[in-house]
Design a protein. Sequence first.
Length: 164
Amino acid sequence: MLKDLFKKKEEVKNITLVAPVSGELVSLEKVPDPVFAEKMMGDGVAIEPENGDIVSPVDGKIVQLFPTKHAIGIQAENGAEILLHIGLDTVNLNGEGFTAHVEEGKKVKQGDSLLSVDLDVIREKATGTIIPIIITNSDAMSSIKTKDVKEVTAGNDEILIVEK
């Protein structure tokens, strides 16, 4: 019985991300911003959203919620650091159109609500609504594979497999 207390927890190596928002899955190279398209922040994919309901793509912990709520960082169980960047040039909105449902340090399960976003505000006041999903520590992962799907449903459809 006591030996069970001291067993090493099995390390999670591979994780699968589900879509954090419903919409059209597009390659990162098609994002009209060189920081994302040229993978300067890391590898990943993007989704052109059909609504503003953002959910967690993985089980993990919220490690960063930007004060402007336009981006959120999650650390997955295998150590992958995931950045969800909502729209382009949305930092300039200073939080307008964003409602956070989590805070830094909170543990989340795949499918938990993270943010609500008013896409009309983003369309009107920012450059674009596309949502890059970036593995910011891509170099620490052994592989990042994009699933071959076009339309995705939030919390349901797999979009990335990240292996450590």
